[in-house]
Write a protein that binds this ligand. Structure first.
Ligand code: 5GP
Ligand code: MN
Length: 355
């Protein structure tokens, strides 16, 4: 038996048929994913785009904003369009090109999000185009009415994992190549924290085994993932030494970074990604929060261990959502208010804390 034969076909056959029909009759395809693209957003979008290109389609990935530099090791990233470059130095402004691609798309493949608004500002233009939309995602509670085909598997380790399963069930395992396998692997590796979280299904490793048959440098990807500029190392030290607050009664830790601090450390996009996980390594800490001051709001990142549902906290208090153990939102107020709200909200969730 080959590896692919042992991989479970978890996507409903009717959804595969529906996707096949749509993709079969469309040539111009736009692939979109969530704003502030992370490794899984990038991995799933690039891999599905390259897969569809190999099927002879004219495919454009449109990111809502530029993925962080820390993801530059994912092959093929810099060739795609960005809807809003926020005038970043060195990044080509492709707003017009992005809009053109979105308007001309004959169908959309949308990955790693469950509601259109997660695409950021560009979601309005995407939704304005009546072309069919195929969702491939692993978040809970997809907004099914917004898409024509909803492939939603919260049990999947990453949306990228689903891209391989999608290819397999489309009958296109043979189109997997080294570049696509690398992109899928990068999405799975990043969304699982290098195969720690949400990756206990044997299926995950069968898929990894299949990807490895394409011969990419797995060890190098893990090394590249953790490489960081010195300014990030220093910022990490500053956060841990000077900014970390502990709420021991609630097994919680939190920290914030204001605009002045971000400027002082020359903070670039992606520089503080993952910081929110660090406090969970402290004995007795089950919940962690990171508040980062942005232009018009406070970006909130929440993480937890065990049953503590940070997605509920994000939904109720920070206009956000996410997964049980990893969630986020945007708070319309100042940093201090965002932090105070966290400390006040924690006792409401006390029954989820481990004894
Ligand atoms: P992060 O803390 O890495 O930015 O986000 C972790 C997870 O929380 C994301 O994968 C996403 O599911 C969710 N999330 C983050 N920010 C938002 C937000 O503003 N709105 C919603 N609905 N979910 C978010
Ligand atoms: Mn994901």
């Amino acid at each position: 038996m080959t590896i692919q034969e042992s991989i479970e076909r978890i996507i409903d056959a009717e959804k595969i048929e529906a996707a096949k029909e749509i993709i079969g009759r469309c040539n111009k395809i736009v692939v979109c994913t969530h704003m502030s693209p992370d490794g899984d957003a990038v991995g799933s979008a690039l891999s599905v785009a390259n897969y569809l290109r190999k099927k002879g389609k004219e495919v454009q990935v449109v990111f809502s904003d530029t993925p962080g530099e820390n993801l530059n090791f994912i092959p093929g990233l810099r060739d795609e369009l960005v809807f809003d470059t926020q005038n970043q130095p060195g990044v080509r402004n492709t707003r017009e090109e992005s809009l053109k691609a979105i308007r001309e798309a004959e169908c959309f493949v949308i990955t790693d999000l469950n509601v259109p608004s997660r695409m950021g500002d560009m979601h309005k233009d995407v939704m304005k185009n009546p072309a069919p939309k195929i969702l491939i995602d692993h978040h809970l509670e997809p907004e099914a009415d917004s898409f024509d085909v909803v492939i939603s598997h919260p049990e999947a380790s990453a949306a990228s994992e689903l891209i391989y399963t999608f290819m397999l069930q489309m009958g296109d395992d043979s189109l997997l190549d080294r570049q696509i396998a690398t992109q899928i692997y990068c999405g799975m590796m990043t969304d699982t924290g290098q195969f720690i979280f949400g990756s206990s299904r044997p299926q995950v490793y069968l898929i990894v085994a299949r990807l490895l048959q394409e011969g990419f440098e797995k060890e190098k990807l893990h090394r590249d993932l953790v490489l960081e500029p010195e300014r990030r190392t220093r910022l990490k030290g500053y956060v841990l030494q000077q900014k970390l607050q502990i709420v021991s009664d609630c097994k919680a830790a939190y920290f914030s970074l204001n605009k002045a601090e971000l400027k002082r450390f020359n903070h670039q996009k992606g520089d503080s990604e993952g910081f929110v996980n660090m406090p969970l390594d402290i004995i007795g800490i089950q919940v962690s929060a990171f508040f980062r001051e942005e232009k018009n709001f406070v970006k909130v990142s929440l993480r937890s261990k065990g049953d503590f549902p940070v997605n509920l906290l994000a939904q109720k208090f920070y206009n956000g959502g996410g997964h049980k153990n990893a969630a986020g939102g945007e708070f319309l107020g100042n940093l201090q208010q965002a932090e105070q709200l966290f400390v006040k909200a924690l006792p409401l969730f006390a029954n989820y804390l481990e004894k």
